[in-house]
Ligand binder design. Structure first.
Ligand code: UDP
Ligand code: MG
Length: 331
């Protein structure tokens, strides 16, 4: 099988040998799915004819996930495991794997088999054609109506207000050339929203349509609040529109109050029908303005909180243990 045209000496980690392809998989309480993931991913990797590695990140699982990963790594020297000291979240886990990946290309995929491993060979094909980013675009989702609607609304909102055109309906599932991986790895920002950074990085990008499966087992680890945080990360990191919303509100409200003032004045001076505006009007006005002000302060807080995160410069994750990274029989 022809090798990709990249002959750069060392893509990501100084001093280490490199492989052709790294598959990065964050896992959090996925003990029911792991055996099936192992079976399907191994099948795909064996068929690729490339020198591959799998980097699985145990993101603070409370079930038997770590033991299963350890056993998998024992059976297959291509599999390496990063064990986090606690749950740091999906994006942090992907980022940790990215930092340790040595592939000329890396594939980012979920560990719940929603991103079918069988798509990887098609991604590799595109990469060999010279594309540096191949992102998978879902044809349709197999999730509950509420989640589908929420996702659709979020991606469309993001597309409208973000200063980057983040492709619609593309999630994390993607292949990145090592040059792109190096760019993402070098990003200093906290609260990374990797699919946004991937767009930000540029390079030759292409999409690949695929059928997103339902979760193989278990249930989503993204509760509504986690999803909401991720959505906020996406919006706040790639758009200044929420900051500007207060201008618009301010303009409209002050315009309206000016008109109202003129109307009242005229009524008072020239009309016999002048009726003093009572409690209801006042209450509504105070509540409306109070609401608008709190909302904009909250929005501002989202940005300020993120600035605070940047200033603290805490790492995105803490690794407790590395399994299968060196030692006998390993690259
Ligand atoms: N995941 C993780 N840490 C978390 C939440 C999720 O590593 O805090 C992993 C999870 O095991 C899965 C992937 O990230 O492999 C995607 O999560 P999930 O399927 O729960 O999200 P959804 O597909 O429902 O958005
Ligand atoms: Mg999932």
């Amino acid at each position: 099988m022809a090798r990709p045209a990249t002959t750069l000496p060392h893509p990501l980690v100084a001093g280490a040998t490199c492989v052709d392809l790294s598959v990065l998989v964050p896992v959090y309480n996925e003990q029911e799915t792991l055996p099936e993931l192992e079976r399907r991913l191994e099948g795909v990797l064996d068929g690729l004819g490339l020198d591959c590695e799998v980097i699985a990140v145990n993101d603070g699982s409370a079930d038997g996930t770590l033991a299963l990963l350890r056993a998998w790594s024992g059976r297959d020297p291509r599999v390496r495991v990063i064990d986090f000291s606690r749950n740091f979240g999906h994006q942090a886990a992907l980022y940790a794997a990215l930092c340790r990946a040595r592939g000329r290309a890396v594939v980012l995929m979920d560990g719940d088999l929603q991103d079918p491993p069988e798509v990887i060979p098609h991604m590799v094909e595109r990469w060999r054609e010279g594309h540096e980013v191949v992102y998978a675009v879902r044809r349709k989702r197999k999730e509950g109506l509420l989640k589908r609607v929420a996702y659709a609304a979020f991606y469309r909102l993001l597309q409208r207000i973000a200063y980057l055109k983040i492709p619609l309906d593309s999630g994390g599932f993607s292949l990145l050339d090592h040059r792109v991986a190096a760019v993402l790895k070098g990003m200093p920002e906290r609260n990374k929203f990797l699919r946004g950074l991937r767009t930000w990085a540029g390079f030759r990008q292409t999409s690949l349509l695929y059928e997103r499966d339902a979760r193989y087992a278990g249930h989503t680890k993204y509760g509504l609040s986690k999803l909401f945080r991720l959505a906020l990360d996406g919006i706040v990191s790639y758009s200044y529109v929420p900051l500007r919303v207060s201008y618009a509100f301010g303009l409209v409200v002050s315009g309206m109050s000016f008109i109202l003032a003129v109307v009242y004045l005229f009524q008072k001076l020239f009309s016999a029908k002048y009726v003093p505006q009572g409690f209801t009007t006042l209450a509504i006005l105070i509540l409306f303005l109070g609401g608008v002000q709190l909302l904009t302060v909250g929005l501002l807080g989202e940005y300020v909180g993120r600035i605070y995160d940047e200033v603290k410069r805490r790492p995105d994750f803490v690794e407790r243990e590395l399994i299968g990274f060196d030692g006998a029989g390993r690259r």
